[in-house]
Ligand binder design. Sequence first.
Ligand SMILES: Cc1cc2nc3c(=O)[nH]c(=O)nc-3n(C[C@H](O)[C@H](O)[C@H](O)COP(=O)(O)O)c2cc1C
Length: 265
Amino acid sequence: MSLICVDSSKCIHCGLCVKACPIMILELADGQPAAVHPEHCIACGHCVAVCPRAALDHTLAPLAKQVEIAGLPSIDQETASRFMRSRRSIRAYKETRVPRELLLQLVDMARLAPTGSNTQGVSFIVVEDKKLLERAAETVFDWLEKSPLSRYFGVMIQAYREKGIDTVLRGAPHLVLALTDREFSRGRENTIFALAYLELYAPALGLGSCWAGIFEHCVFSGYEPLVNLFQLPAGKKITGAVMVGYPQYRHQRLTDRKPLDVAFL
Ligand SMILES: Cc1cc2nc3c(=O)[nH]c(=O)nc-3n(C[C@H](O)[C@H](O)[C@H](O)COP(=O)(O)O)c2cc1C
């Protein structure tokens, strides 16, 4: 089966598909697009997405799976800015568990994040088991106490040991783990985009999230008592983690940061 299929009754020979292909694998042959180097295709789907007549289909990026943008409202600048600036790290969660359907919607958005050369390759484990999360937090604190990082986290360690306050997983009812193949060189960078998408989408589902950086430090150090808790599929490694749950409170103000530092050349 060929990589692309062109409906000649619809194709207007505009060549936009050829222009949009980032790898330059398409050419117009007698006015019709043809895949001349199909083996290099990265399945980004741009050729299908730009066609003004829906004349082009693609075996790896099927037309049927692409939603038409025409008719969808576009977000104005003010709304987009408010959306981006209103995401905050959530560190206090309700006990209520998030329904699986909602968690699926959340990670399904993470799946759509951009990745280098469209390599994707990020899968997810959603930890729902409260006891497992408690054991994971305890294991991170055990590791933290012995690690050189302990001098930065002394207050947190003490609060955990003396009062049971968990500043590692924040008592979140869920932890989303991102996984990639062990040898995948782009695992971490693809994960960062995926989890950033997840974090930006969470508030629209009524959810809050917080990147689990201390947990990640422990995982990335190779601390087996932690990694072994999650029974990872063979050949996979954890490349990122984000806590998820219903926020106990809402922030009343938008994010601000250090002043912009930019130069133009
Ligand atoms: C890679 C990364 C790791 C993080 N790790 C933690 C963490 O372990 N615990 C935590 O409470 N917050 C963590 N955060 C959240 C940051 O502290 C937070 O994003 C920053 O303070 C800005 O606040 P905001 O997210 O509410 O805008 C992490 C954020 C990132 C991007």
